[in-house]
Design a protein around this ligand. Structure first.
Ligand SMILES: *Cc1c(COP(=O)(O)O)cnc(C)c1O
Length: 458
């Protein structure tokens, strides 16, 4: 018998979590105006709101917290991180930042101006925000298969080369400062990009003289999918695959709260000295001096160690295996999910799950609230509330998909927790026909309403 994977670590410290009653949760969620962001975290039993900054650090990472060198300039922790980035990503220049969006802010300040076009694959919200804030435009060139939840495609994060070339042909080179490849694609469900696609996008960028950059938040999970799904890569190590991936790009922005398994941190990695020099000016203004960039020395050390651990095969197999485990158990019950499951989350198709709830009454939010009341599990709506209103007509924008995202923190929960989530969703699935009413908005902010929106039952 083949031995199954098992987590390549054991648990040394535990954090108790409170298992509340259904009656308590009914009261708490009403008090929170049916917005899961308003819940105090001790009222949540299993928290799948996000995998960002919620991972568990290893004892080596905690040791780095103690070894942190807090010198203002030239800190040893900085050099530890610089050496690690050079070794793992093969990038000679880097700037630390306090998180991923800060890396975007600094790099884009150096590169993007009003009227520019920035093609890529389903740009992440903050990436798009930092592009649009500069009055430039993000153009999504993801392959069409990404929108079809039940169709299997091994690399749904891929960029459609024809769509990309059309952008390169339509606009002059001066208007396209960079092309962004998001690995893995968060917005479309943690879907990976193949090595072949990275290579081809890179070649096309070179042909048109355009800079190519990774949004690298989940680069290691992407490398795992290349190893396990792409021809000719099964015998390569994760580190070899990562080196090859980065060999095709000119730089990267990184949210270390994802694949570097730290609670805070980010960076920019670059190949070109001139761009590094330009970005350095903004880093000093917005983030801090070049050798700390808004982080403590101890954070830099933990990040360096996290990059090493996050690119280990056994770790990735257990991590992505757990996401796949949850997906399989839900699928076995007939629950509609985005196929295949991605690296960091399972997306439940709420439109198919609650067809009797009108679209105007927020199907995915209704499912998220049902799940919380049923079990104390907190997921997040990726649907109409998040899509917000059309800024001109003020009408709701209805996205193609109404999803409940269950994002799995790294090294935090066991498969018993996964089974608990499956049972809870299974119970709701059994009585889904009877759920016919959703929610209506009582108050909302003019922009990014999902964080603070207040709701009541219809
Ligand atoms: C999280 C994330 C970001 C932004 O990073 P923060 O650390 O949250 O600021 C950017 N891109 C992707 C793909 C992400 O997942």
């Amino acid at each position: 018998m083949d031995l199954p994977y098992a987590e390549p670590y054991k648990i040394k410290v535990v954090e108790p979590i409170y298992r509340s009653s259904r009656d308590e949760r009914e009261i708490w969620i009403k008090e929170a105006r049916y917005n899961l962001f308003n819940l105090r975290s001790d009222r949540v039993f299993i928290d799948l709101l996000t995998d960002s900054g919620t991972g568990a650090m290893s004892h080596y990472q905690w040791s780095e917290m103690m070894l942190g060198d807090e010198s203002y300039a030239g800190s040893l922790s900085f050099h530890k991180l610089k050496d690690t980035i050079e070794e793992i990503l093969g990038m000679p220049y880097f700037l630390p930042t306090h998180q991923g969006r800060a890396a975007e802010n600094v790099l884009f300040s150096a590169l993007i101006k009003a009227g520019d076009m920035v093609p890529g694959n389903s740009h992440f919200d903050t990436t798009k925000g930092h592009i649009e804030f500069r009055r430039a435009r993000a153009i999504d060139c993801t392959i069409d298969e990404a929108c079809n939840t039940h169709e299997y495609h091994p690399f749904k994060g891929n960029i459609d080369l024809e769509k990309l070339e059309a952008v390169f042909q339509k606009y002059p080179k001066e208007k396209i400062p960079l092309c962004i490849i998001t690995v893995t694609c968060n917005t479309s469900g943690g879907q990976p990009v193949s090595m072949q696609n990275i290579r081809e996008v890179s070649a096309l960028c070179k042909k048109y003289g355009i800079m190519c950059v990774f949004d690298a938040a989940r680069f290691a999970e992407n490398a795992y999918f290349i190893k396990t799904r792409e021809k000719d890569y099964e015998d390569k190590t994760i580190r070899e695959i990562v080196r090859e991936m980065f060999s095709y790009v000119d730089g990267a922005t990184m949210s270390s709260k994802k694949d570097a398994i730290v609670n805070i941190g980010g960076f920019i990695a670059l190949r070109d000295k001139a761009i590094f020099d330009k970005a350095s000016v903004f880093n000093i203004m917005y983030e801090g001096y070049l050798t700390y960039g808004g982080l403590a020395g101890r954070d830099l050390g933990a990040l360096a160690q996290g990059l090493k651990e996050g690119t280990g095969f056994d770790y990735l197999e257990a991590r992505i295996g757990q996401v796949a485990y949850l997906g399989k158990k839900l699928r076995d019950l007939g629950i509609p999910i985005q196929e295949p499951t991605g690296g960091h989350a399972v997306f439940v198709d709420a439109k198919k799950f609650l067809p009797n709830v009108p679209r105007e009454e927020y199907q995915a939010q209704t499912l998220a609230i049902e799940l919380y009341i049923e079990s104390g599990v907190r997921g997040v709506e990726i649907g109409t509330l998040l899509a917000d209103r059309n800024p001109l007509t003020r009408q709701n924008r209805y996205p193609k998909l109404e999803l409940l995202r269950l994002a799995i923190p790294r090294r935090v929960y066991t498969n018993n927790h996964m089974d608990y989530i499956v049972a809870a969703l299974g119970n709701i699935w059994q009585r889904r026909e009877k759920i016919t009413k959703g929610f209506k908005i009582v108050s909302e902010a003019p922009i990014m309403r999902h964080f603070t929106v207040e709701l009541e039952r219809v």
